[in-house]
Design a protein around this ligand. Sequence first.
Ligand code: PMT
Length: 408
Amino acid sequence: MDPLHNRPIVLGVSGSIACYKAVDLASRLVKAGALVDVVMTANATRFVTPLCFKSITHRPVVDDLWDTNAEMAIEHVGLAKRAAAILIAPATANLLAKLSLGFAEDALQTTVLDTRAPIVIAPAMEGDMYGATTTQEHIARLRARGVVFVEPESGRLASGLSGRGRLADAETILGTLRATLARGGDLAGRRIVISAGGTQEPIDPVRIITNRSSGKMGFALAEAARDRGARVTLIATPTTDALAPPIGTELVRIGTVIEMHEAVRAATAEADALIMAAAVSDYRVAHPAEQKIKKRGAAANGLTIELVANPDILTETVGDFVRVGFAAESEDLLANATQKLDKKRLDLIVANDITGAGSGFGSDTNRVILVGRGGVAEELPTLPKREVADAILDRVAAILATRQKGER
Ligand code: PMT
């Protein structure tokens, strides 16, 4: 479940040219199911009208603390108390200074001073203003109080100059907000290691042995685990390069099975769960050629490549964590999956039917059966990979909770 869904979010907007980007943020928040209340500074209303935000959020916009006719003017106290989180984007240098010093001159400053909700701030300003010692001191002071910052990006600024000061992109801001909201989730404090994509085994400097995994299933798991509060290490192969890594997760890029094995071993040293969604090559080339293999000489009429077995990462990575495997099968789905559950000594296996349309490699949806220890199977309909991910994480959370009880 998206941590933004049904959550009251205050979107604070201060007077920067990047205000127009806050309109897009408001729209994305509404689409994600958040209940968005926009609080604008007086200068923000010079760039974008409150009506613009009201048309998107379908709620009154707070822009004047002193307007006795405006129903929301005194309601800002209620907003501060009700908010699940306050997101300020864009935040100017002026606003950062005032928040850092505890000013309460307008509706936005008052709301921030009056809240106990987590605060996420995305600054936007000229590069030299952002780099100024005073601005950095205010940021450091706010950080020390628990405020989460989304660093501005470097690039061309409204002045025409270049520098660090462009508002971070919407996905980064919302990913940070989601990760912040997830702190109270059912996987809060848990470390989860997830593998995604198809491994690549070199034949020579040009060719590889790989498979059709896009990484969508593993990335959906990483995003869902992050949204439930987990600290996620995502071990991803080059076949996932087209996907945006979920903000707030640790991304480890690898290529071969040996590299994935090493990354999994390192990441699981302190993990609570390992979920292997990656399609891992069972074999690698015994002697990859150093130079490109030419179609001449011994290889003119055919080529034989010697393969050796790769380590089975799931079987060989042992430790006191929940172990989840996938089984992508084109026949005898349950029988093959159950065999892998036993052989690899897993807590859960996700039997993945790759025969139907909209399931398995590359698709946005998946059709799976979850099989736990003792063979208890739960068949799910074809669902978006994000929903499959949440169903898997429900099981992981339940196993972790049972183990914790046993420890007491
Ligand atoms: O990435 P997508 O395009 O979204 O597609 C998702 C998926 C189809 C790749 C995914 O849902 C899936 O089913 N992943 C497992 C693919 C697979 O072929 O698994 P397997 O049956 O070969 O291996 C069983 C389990 O052992 C897997 O969890 C695998 O990661 C692991 N394994 C396999 C071989 C090996 N040497 N080491 C391993 O750890």
